[in-house]
Design a protein around this ligand. Structure first.
Ligand code: PEP
Length: 254
């Protein structure tokens, strides 16, 4: 399978931004401004606003996703949300293992793996985030770091699980910093990830998996990044909070 046949997913990560009222207003603007697209358009909003957002986008091309999902079906896990709860709203995607979760909330490759598995069991596509920090890039150990995150994060996955998941390559040094990986740097790591997936699950599966780039993707750099052979979409933070910028990024999908 080549790039043309893979699913392109343009996903926004709203992080801890927007009240319910602001969510309605921004989605109304998005509905007006987003061009029709062959890509899957996804906005991952704070859990408390998923219901509001789902109602706001009903009947449009916009999908609403979550930013996390717990591994247990239910129970004494204060402040967490389960796949069943997400399913009840019709949520089909959840970001798992974002670097902010790893950095501030103790997320590890093991918990990423458990959360991703719970998503898959619940019929939700996990967007599994991996990426090196600045020190690791400067030490030239990016690929070693990615290899560990991929192998541990996807432990126990079948090829079918893999096909039902998305990988987001997000260099930590590029998230929210305005520093974007060059298209060549991003492509090199995304191609490396696809190679790892081929070793683990076979080439046919690896070729079918959507691999996104994330890290200060914006209206200016999106076209070049999205044109790369192994970059099948974006996970976008800051620019997904501006309807005009997000619309421009969507329009870059060929
Ligand atoms: C992100 O939150 O996943 C992200 C890539 O953020 P930003 O686009 O703001 O760098």
């Amino acid at each position: 399978m080549n790039k043309e046949l893979r699913k392109v997913v343009i996903a926004g990560n709203w992080k801890m931004n927007k009240t319910a009222t602001e969510t309605k207003a921004l989605l109304a603007e998005m509905k007006e401004k987003l061009p029709e697209s062959n890509a899957t358009i996804l906005l991952c909003v704070p859990a408390i606003n998923i219901g509001t957002a789902m109602d706001a986008v009903a009947g449009t091309q916009i999908n609403i996703g979550a930013q996390n999902c717990h591994w247990a079906k239910n129970g004494a896990f204060t402040a967490e949300i389960s796949a069943d709860m997400l399913n009840d709203f019709g949520v089909k995607y959840a970001i798992i293992g974002h670097s902010e979760r790893r950095q501030y909330f103790g997320e590890t490759d093991e918990t990423v793996n458990k959360r991703a598995m719970a998503c898959l069991e619940g019929g939700i596509c996990p967007i599994i985030c991996v990426g090196e920090n600045l020190e690791e890039r400067e030490k030239d150990i990016t690929k070693d770091v990615i290899k560990v995150q991929i192998e541990k994060g996807l432990a126990g996955f079948t090829a079918e699980n893999m096909k039902n998941s998305i990988i987001a390559y997000e260099p930590v040094w590029a998230i929210g910093t305005g520093k974007t990986a060059t298209a060549q740097q991003a492509e090199e790591v995304c191609a490396y990830i696809r190679g790892l997936l081929a070793e683990m699950f076979g080439n046919e599966t690896a070729q079918a998996v959507t691999i996104q780039y994330g890290g200060s993707m914006n209206a200016k750099n999106a076209a070049e990044l999205l044109a790369m052979e192994n970059i099948d979409g974006g996970l976008i933070g800051g620019a997904s909070l501006k309807a005009d910028d997000f619309a421009t990024i969507v329009s870059c999908v060929k």
